[in-house]
Write a protein that binds this ligand. Structure first.
Ligand code: UD1
Length: 339
């Protein structure tokens, strides 16, 4: 029997791409997802790529008894990659308690149970949101954590602290925290990709839906920032590149490649791209026009942030490989499949 990894939120956007990479690296995968922001048909997409249907249990991780039962029935789990979380920044401001319950209590349930089931590795899905607006760019892992701008951002910070304190207290597991910059794109097969719920909040799904004619025009939130073209700057990282880093993180812990019980890595390309540059790169890559209009700034947006990925490059031996153009074309191919 192969090594088995529990992927929470495994039918979600980054989760599903990670399941594919894990399977292709020879891991068995069990997904737990409550399907609150994903679709069961994602399993078909995964199976179409890898030829293997991952085990799946529909469960809310707040259901402690249910989780205990699943772990009892799957004694061979060696590591957990924890994606399951609510992630809409605006919604978190409206429904803070829901965000704290979904994103924090679930982490406690998982960490609580790991020792009993002998699970020794935990990968946590964090975000560059913990840096707020960094004082120095590109941002390294040592940059100070800034006060969170939303309950969503706060849950990422609190989760990181909980993991840190658990490791400090010598609980019997290791952890790798991965801070993602802006994941975009889809699997090159167009079998899986991002499935936004309702009107997309994130830039790339809004671009692809506008290019498809589903949305009339894209609103560009502000062109009066202190950046070369006045629009915000982000580090857009290909989702498959990002997924591969999770496999490396799991391998690293299972194979005891590091003595550190807790490690933190930035996952980005190292290159900042503005909102307008991204729109133009999409248009050039696909040949499809994206009607857009400059509107007011969006509250809470960071002006500019991009990663210094040197630590992940050197220590994990991981590097973002896909070009921005190919990544945007993959997002477009996925949108065309969805229509
Ligand atoms: C946001 C969160 C981040 C979170 C991520 C999850 C903040 C500060 N950051 O990232 O913590 O992990 O969502 O989904 O809230 N834009 C437009 N028009 C649009 C949509 C976006 O101009 O219709 C602009 C935004 O103003 C921003 C950039 O595109 O400058 C990227 O926006 P988005 O894709 O929402 O990601 P973040 O805000 O960077």
């Amino acid at each position: 029997m192969g090594k088995k990894i529990l992927v929470t939120g495994g039918t979600g956007y980054i989760g599903s791409h990670t399941v594919v990479e894990l399977q292709q690296a020879g891991y068995e995968v069990l997904i737990i997802d409550d399907l609150s922001n994903s679709n069961i048909e994602v399993l078909d997409g995964i199976e179409n790529i890898t030829g293997i249907r991952p085990d799946f249990v529909q469960l809310d991780l707040n259901d402690k008894e249910g989780l205990y039962k699943v772990l009892t029935e799957n004694r061979n789990i060696q590591g957990i990659i924890h994606f399951a979380a609510s992630k809409a920044v605006g919604e978190s401001v409206q429904k803070p308690l829901q965000y704290y319950r979904n994103n924090i209590l679930t982490l406690l349930n998982l960490l609580d149970m790991m020792p009993e089931f002998g699970i020794r590795c935990f990968v946590f899905s964090s975000s560059c949101t913990v840096y707020g607006q960094p004082d120095i760019l590109p941002v390294t892992e040592n940059a100070p954590i800034k006060p969170a701008m939303s309950p969503y951002g706060n849950t990422k910070q609190i989760n990181e602290e909980i993991i840190h304190d658990a490791i400090h207290a010598n609980l019997p597991f290791k952890s790798i925290i991965l801070r993602y910059f802006n994941p975009i794109g889809a699997h090159p097969s167009a079998e899986i990709g991002e499935l936004p719920n309702g009107v997309p909040q994130n830039l790339v799904p809004f671009i692809t839906q506008t290019a498809m004619g589903i949305r009339k025009e894209l609103s560009v939130f502000g062109d009066d920032y202190n950046t070369p073209d006045g629009t915000c700057i982000r580090d857009f990282i290909n989702v498959v590149d990002l997924a591969k880093a999770h496999v490396i993180a799991i391998d690293r812990m299972l194979e005891n490649k590091s003595d550190d019980k807790l490690e933190v890595f930035n996952l980005g390309t190292g290159t900042g791209v503005s909102v307008l540059e991204l729109i133009h790169a999409f248009e050039q890559g696909t040949g499809v026009k994206v009607p857009y209009r400059i509107v007011e700034r969006r509250e809470g947006d960071i002006e500019k942030v991009w990663a210094d990925p040197t630590y992940a490059n050197n220590v994990l031996g991981w590097k973002a490989k896909e070009t921005l153009k190919d990544t945007l074309v993959s997002a477009w191919n996925w949108q065309k499949k969805l229509k």
